[in-house]
Design a protein around this ligand. Sequence first.
Ligand SMILES: Cc1cc2nc3c(=O)[nH]c(=O)nc-3n(C[C@H](O)[C@H](O)[C@H](O)COP(=O)(O)O)c2cc1C
Length: 403
Amino acid sequence: MTERQLPQWSALKPLLRTRPIELDPTTRRLERALSITDLRRTARRRTPRSVFDYTDGAADAEISLRRARSLFRNLELRPSVLRDVSAVDTTTSMLGRPAAVPFAFAPTGFTRLMHHEGESAVVRVAQRRGIPYTLSTMGTTSIEDVATAAPEARRWFQLYVWKDRAAGEDLMARAKAAGYEALMLTVDVPVAGARLRDVRNGFSIPPALTLKTVVDTALHPAWWLNLLTTRPLTFASMSSWDGTVAELLDALFDPSMTLADLEWLRACWDGPLIIKGVQTVQDARRVVDAGADVVVLSNHGGRQLDRAPVPLRVLPDVAEAVDGRAEVWMDTGILSGADIVAALALGADATMVGRAYLYGLMAGGERGVDRAAEILTTEIRRTMALLGVSSVADLNPDHVRLP
Ligand SMILES: Cc1cc2nc3c(=O)[nH]c(=O)nc-3n(C[C@H](O)[C@H](O)[C@H](O)COP(=O)(O)O)c2cc1C
């Protein structure tokens, strides 16, 4: 029989811990978020349904995105034990220059919709943490304003090729003049993907004031107040638009573009060229032969072709085929630092994240983006240590088993 006694105050007292109450609600919210999935949950509460769905959603039945995420979830990480991991180094190299962590912020259109601080908030975090930032053609802050917000950040410009080639040439010239390091050409948007959530929500740009949105105002007053009391929400690189994002893409983008157009691009841009949206070994070879410095394996976060190849699945074969002639990066479906580590082990030189930082932005503006970057970085470091690896270069395919 266990002998029992009444609890003694002297024994209880040292166990009592009073934590200072955090008065700032944003800090409180962000401290409670321990993972990107937690940030996503907060983002969902903080933003109107149509805004959250525009960000979170993908094309058609969203199978591309689900498969990408489920491959990350179901793979097995295989550690080596008894290795010295007292100092784990997360630095890697992107475009031949050192980067503090092995991920960049992917281009995302209409970022000031998610939070009024938008692109400027993201690029400031990028500057502080040494993470490259890609401004989208569909951005809501101008090329020059993003450069002013974070003059020391590594900035890249993402281009969609428009029917009006002169407009693209003008954007490239402005990006060059504003000190952007590289051009990222996105090649998986000959036409817009079918974003069914946007159609169902009646989501348009700019957000329309319908009965639905008026009801939503009551549910998300802070978001609406910020929308209505800050600079009007417009695209920075094109004239204003009245319609869905898909209609806009179809009106502007040139579906006749081919590999031969890379020559035109090369003539306009003499810096590093990143081609984003490659999905097969054959195409990776073709764009590298045509002069790409980086191939980004991506299906646009599942927002274009549904049931597209899962980038992580194609990665080992592409890395082998490219064989060091260009860098190979990947995105789509990354929700944790462990996902990033798995991609590096399977042959990626680096990765990019889209929604992961946007969930942070929606959850708490600039501080939310910082929290997202902090979570990913901590997870990368911890996963590497648990795998018995102290530098990115030591990761290899033996560390991952794909299902
Ligand atoms: C809301 C949103 C907007 C996006 N806008 C663009 C864009 O303007 N240009 C582009 O090349 N890719 C765009 N993407 C795709 C991202 O660059 C990236 O490929 C994708 O988000 C990666 O998947 P992940 O969100 O699972 O990390 C967008 C993605 C999201 C979620």
